[in-house]
Design a protein around this ligand. Sequence first.
Ligand code: FES
Length: 343
Amino acid sequence: MSDAPLTMRAYGRHLFICTGDQCNGDADGAALAQYALEQLGERRKLRNPERVKCSTVSCLGVCQRGPIAVVYPEGIWYSQLDHDLVEQIVQAHLINGEPVEAAIFHRLYPVDQEPEYAPAVRGDQAVNPIELQHDQAVEQLEPIVVAGTQLHSTEEKQRYREQVRKLRKGKKGLVIVNTGNGKGKTSAALGVMTRAWGRDLKVKVIQFLKHENAKFGESRAAAKMEIEFGGTGDGFTWTSKDLDATKAKALHGWELAKTAISSNQYQIVILDEFTYVMAFGWLDVNEVVAWLATNKPELLHVIITGRDAPAALIEHADLVTEMREIKHPFTTQGIRAQIGIDF
Ligand code: FES
């Protein structure tokens, strides 16, 4: 038996998932834990660079909201686990260090006061030499140095993101554009809003040109669903004498949109009638596209609606749908907008 001192690398994050049979949810905790391990599988071949560990525990004591997952050292609790949420927790929280805010039901520590993610968790300096021999092939890979959740250089960040990207197995936050002269652009976006709500995803809707005090069916529904749904006048103060108020509010809306998109608090952000702000020349489409390309989180979906989507936006988007009017009751029968159908 070797007298060599045993060295261990610190764990970065530790995920616990309950497997008791008391939980209310349909999902099976053991199967979800297995799924979490599968999600981490590729990274384990890379010697688990973030030193993530996944364990099962019989019951975490919150069965009525189960299955439950807890991530340490932050002490962040997630409830009502399903496969989608496990995937988000693994990719966003365990690997990227960004808790899945929308799914948290309890924090052990106040935001920003959580214990630090173990520094240099890859632990290359402290690796057991025996382990090094076994891992020689993997060791050819350049190490990723993680300090806190921050990676120091742009090159490191890019390499890290590339690895994460591969693990996401084709998942991507889409830029979706609903344009064209036919009815249904906003309706389609609101359909996604409802679908996402049904999946417990966090959605924010910003309406660019509609009157901010309007109480349309969709804004009433959003209020009942507790979805953040607002106009561009939210928080707006206007002093400029050079812009008309509509334009100034629209530009303010873009600032609200940028804040929402870069906040990492939502899974879907809908910018309703945003194409007009660009089509009217109030905002340079190239500026919008460049900002989205740089700042939109990888898994966030952004949906933009409105006629006359500029070519550069169409070029940048992942999914573009043109609503084409074939027949409309107003043009053929003079029937105006009706409650529940149009507003
Ligand atoms: S069995 Fe899941 S919390 Fe009790």
